[in-house]
Design a protein around this ligand. Structure first.
Ligand code: OSB
Ligand code: MG
Length: 369
């Protein structure tokens, strides 16, 4: 396929409920979508960068800028066979993985349509139903948190993940465990602790957590390995894993026993598959993380989660947990048993609601060779 034009779009969509992590609170998601135009086909991708460079160094306005100045010009006018060809095209630009992923994933999205196969099959998926968890942000009170957990468990979600930070951790986990001794429970610190918190983090062992996600620095493997030695609970890395090479380094060092894969964080589907394969070789399970995606990114996360080593419930939850109306049709729905059934339709398996997308668009730029 030849890339004839690329459309960038920013949508502004209010979240149904604010989302708070150790780095801040979000009420409205600025959604950055990329559309590739090729031979009458449209491939869509989502750049999952946040509004601010707090989760990682990428942020929407920076991603937009690097896409306009460098990434789109490197792709425009090129003839490609598949999504696998994209990393080489963009390799001259260092990092900016979320911006690159939006373009690469849009190529995969178009390729699946062109070949009339479901995207999940094109990626090498093997599971017809994926298991789902939820990530629950820091709340204004313990009561509100318990109420939220109750709602999500009633909806069928198989794993509850709580955001934690110093001051919102042991008391919260103790209350949740006292009420639900058996549920699959994990926590995510988004780098809120340091090695001097080792004893404190070791005290989480009594909560029988599935994992503690990214407790230490966002770029660290070595000190996570030192911490892992001191804990019974498995560590999981999110922020620190940016590539298959990172995954190999982390697993050789013993920095974690579980890996979170976010396709944006690692730069696109090709690298996400490579991360998955490395973890599989080490016998380490992976799960699909989330970045408060709109339906475009969400449908891509669903497709990725069908690969065989996605063995733990992901943060890939129903559209309605995030949005009053998602921009795809049907919405992503979670069955009462806590799974999403994967569609056999060609492509991403969800249609775009173009009128809604148009109405939500606050910025648009069309780029040509
Ligand atoms: O660390 O997994 C994270 C959201 C934004 C940034 C980072 C993270 C998250 C989530 C939400 O945990 C996952 C989701 O429901 O999309
Ligand atoms: Mg995380």
């Amino acid at each position: 396929m030849k890339i004839e034009a690329i459309t960038l779009r920013e949508l502004k969509i209010p979240l149904v409920h604010f989302f708070e992590t150790s780095f801040g609170r979000t009420y409205t998601r600025r959604v950055f979508l990329v559309t590739l135009h090729s031979d009458g086909l449209e491939g869509w991708g989502e750049c999952v960068a946040g509004e601010d460079p707090f989760y990682s160094e990428e942020y929407i306005d920076g991603a937009w800028d690097v896409t306009v100045r460098y990434l789109a010009p490197a792709a425009l006018g090129k003839k490609l066979q598949s999504g696998c060809d994209v990393p080489a095209l963009l390799a001259r630009v260092r990092e900016h993985r979320m911006a690159k992923a939006a373009i690469e994933n849009a190529v995969w999205d178009a390729e699946a349509q062109e070949k009339a196969v479901p995207l999940w099959k094109l990626l090498g998926g093997a599971q017809r139903e994926i298991t789902c968890g939820v990530s629950i942000g820091i709340q204004d009170s313990h009561e509100q948190l318990l109420q939220k957990i109750e709602t999500e468990l009633a909806a069928g979600y198989q794993r509850i993940k709580l955001k934690v930070k110093p001051g919102w951790d042991v008391d919260v986990l103790a209350k949740v465990r006292a009420r639900w001794p058996e549920i699959m429970l994990s926590c995510d610190a988004n780098s809120a602790y340091t090695l001097s918190d080792t004893e404190h983090l070791a005290s989480f062992d009594r909560f029988n957590l599935l994992m503690i996600e990214q407790p230490l620095w966002s770029d660290d493997f070595y000190f996570h390995a030192r911490l892992q030695e001191q804990l019974q609970t498995s560590l999981c890395l999110d922020e620190a894993i940016r590539s298959a090479r990172d995954t190999e380094a982390a697993l050789e060092l013993g920095s974690c026993r579980i890996v979170n894969i976010k396709v944006g964080r690692v730069g696109g589907f090709s690298e996400a598959i490579a991360v998955h394969d490395v973890a599989q070789r080490f016998g380490v399970p992976v799960w699909c993380g989330g970045m408060l995606e709109s339906g475009v990114g969400r449908s891509h996360n669903v497709a990725l989660s069908t690969l065989a080593n996605f063995k733990l419930p992901g943060d890939v939850s129903a559209s309605k947990r995030y949005w009053k109306e998602d921009i795809i049709e049907p919405q992503v729905e979670v069955l009462p048993r806590g799974t999403i059934a994967v569609s056999d339709r060609p492509g991403r398996g969800y249609e775009l609601r173009r009128d809604l997308i148009e109405n939500l668009t606050v910025r648009k730029e069309v780029l040509r060779p």
